[in-house]
Design a protein around this ligand. Structure first.
Ligand code: ME8
Length: 525
């Protein structure tokens, strides 16, 4: 029986862009978490997809001479292909042009109109055409009336629009932030939101009349629903929450509220303020946590379209071809910008992480251990008689502590912390081999029992570490499972990680997990 349901979401990605490192990053870290929770035995729903409406898509389509739907179809398919390429295990890939989404958005907006949380009014303000976003007076002044994203001047715009009565939710949002300090993570991001929240909330326009590519406002044919409102609703339409009679609702309603909604820091306001207010207005539960990670920069520079230095799919494919998919996952999960600071994606750091952690630590330890079991125990897992083997490590307690830490960190969405706990087990094995020197003891038959004890402990510790790392480097752990006769994951990670479950007498084949590679230079890159 699954012990818990857990839901994780990524932002849904704009189809007017090509997939790049940012999209792969967010989806990969969510995939690591989703796989980990499945290994724990939980019932996980992992949602991603594409955001397909709005003026930008309409304009790109016009420029290309195709319909917006054709452009959306093509680019959404590309995002979906990427999920396959990186073996991302999302349970649903939602598209905002899916009629099942569109009709639910209309009925959710209708509910808001009926309750008075959405009303018709006139608006005049500063508009960032590139971002399709209005700025408050203060923010517009702050940025010198120029879009910080595109560098284009903000436009003064007047519109008759439908508004969402965001101002009504000021107190409730403040209470939310006070009562649920982990609602927005990391803390630096929470403080940013709080600062802006204290400036006071204004109602926000949620419809547009200057283009057509969007979902119509119910009973108001001239208005389309603002792309951000349409997009935010994906998180609940994918669960059928705007259509209680639907199949989606029947089979998925248990997945709301989301456990963690992962986004990049640039879209925090929408997720930390507008989104919970919309849910409050609909009387729906709020997500447990909105996690806003920072950005990858590239070789020390911000990635941008104008600089043309986005790490794109082509480059990511090169990394995969050279180092393998698991190595990319490991790099993203351990070196990525999960906290409040940006991370640099550099070839040299990628290579160094691969070599230090995967080749020299995990790979080396697994191969050393299995090679010695091959040499001194005929490739059969030895017995740990419990007698002292030296080295001074209380393996059962030590690994239990690391397992607890690894699981607790993953629950906090601290991927690097979870992985570090697993890797500390591997490092301990390395030190243990060096301290106890089984390769020396093996020369004297009097030490056969001790050698067996040492090697059992090494293999057992590597097995436990591998179980904890399976969500990050699934292909290699599967290889290890095969070579060491470990069977498939049991779906009870905590039990599987208990000390002593490696059966004596099973076959342990030598493994070579991560090949040593030359550092890339400009000439061989
Ligand atoms: O904003 N580093 O979609 P989008 C890390 N459709 N992650 C990055 C990144 C970087 N340099 N650049 C992008 C949208 N990302 C809306 C979202 S949700 C209801 C609607 C990731 O295609 C990060 O997750 O611009 C960021 O939030 C997302 O891509 C933006 O994707």
């Amino acid at each position: 029986m699954p012990s818990a349901t857990r839901t994780i979401t990524t932002p849904i990605y704009y189809v007017n862009d090509r997939p790049h490192i940012g999209h792969v990053y967010t989806t990969t870290i969510c995939d690591v978490w989703a796989r980990f929770m499945r290994l724990m035995g939980d019932d996980v729903f992992f949602l991603t997809g594409t955001d397909e409406h709005g003026q930008k898509v309409e304009q790109s389509a016009q420029a290309k001479g195709v319909t917006p739907q054709a452009l959306a179809d093509e680019n959404s398919a590309e995002f979906r292909r990427v999920m396959g390429m990186f073996d991302l295990t999302n349970d649903e890939f939602i598209r905002t042009t899916d009629p099942r989404h569109e009709s639910q958005v209309q009925s959710l907006v209708k509910r808001l109109m009926d309750s008075g949380d959405v009303y018709l009014g006139t608006f005049e303000g500063w508009y960032d055409a590139g971002q399709e976003e209005y700025y408050t007076e203060t923010k517009a002044r702050e940025v010198g009336h120029v879009s910080p994203i595109s560098g284009q001047p903000l436009e003064r715009a007047t519109e008759e629009n439908y508004y969402f009565r965001l101002s009504h939710f000021q107190d409730r949002l403040e209470a939310l932030f006070a009562e649920q300090p982990d609602f927005v993570c990391p803390e630096a991001r929470r403080n940013e939101v709080l600062g802006r929240l204290r400036e006071g909330l204004q109602d926000v326009p949620i419809s547009r009349t200057n283009f057509a590519w969007g979902i119509g406002v119910p009973d108001s044919p001239d208005h389309v629903i603002y792309v951000w409102i349409d997009a935010l609703f994906n998180y609940i339409t994918a669960l059928g929450m705007g259509a209680p009679e639907s199949d989606w609702f029947a089979t998925r309603k248990q997945y709301w509220p989301a456990t963690v909604q992962v986004i990049g820091k640039e879209i925090l306001w929408f997720h930390a303020v507008i989104w919970p207010a919309l849910l409050m207005a609909l009387g729906l539960p709020l997500p447990k946590c909105v996690y806003a990670h920072s950005f990858w920069i590239s070789e020390g520079q911000k990635m941008s379209k104008s600089l043309g230095n986005f790490i794109d799919l082509e480059q990511l494919t090169q990394y995969i071809d050279r180092y393998g998919r698991d190595a990319l996952r490991y790099f993203l999960a351990t070196q990525g910008p999960l906290g409040a600071t940006d991370s640099d994606f550099s070839r040299s750091q990628f290579h160094e992480t691969y070599t230090t952690d995967l080749v020299n630590t995990l790979g080396n330890c697994a191969s050393r251990t299995s090679a010695m079991i091959g040499k001194y125990c005929e490739g059969i897992c030895p017995t740990d008689t419990g007698a002292c083997a030296g080295g001074g490590v209380e393996w059962a307690t030590f690994t239990e502590d690391q397992v607890n830490q690894s699981i607790a960190s993953m629950e906090r969405f601290d991927l690097a912390g979870s992985i570090a706990a697993a890797m500390s087990i591997v490092r301990q094995v390395d030190a243990f081999i060096n301290d106890t020197a089984p390769f020396k003891l093996a020369k004297d038959p009097a030490h056969t029992e001790t050698v067996g004890n040492i090697l059992y402990r090494c293999a057992e510790a590597v097995r436990i570490a591998a179980c904890l790392l399976e969500a990050v480097i699934p292909e290699h752990v599967s290889q290890l499972r095969e070579a060491w006769s470990l069977g498939d994951p049991s779906g009870e990670l905590r039990t599987e990680c208990q000390w002593g479950r490696l059966p004596t007498g099973s076959k342990i084949d030598k493994v070579a997990l991560f090949p040593r590679l030359e550092a890339e230079t400009a000439s061989n890159a």
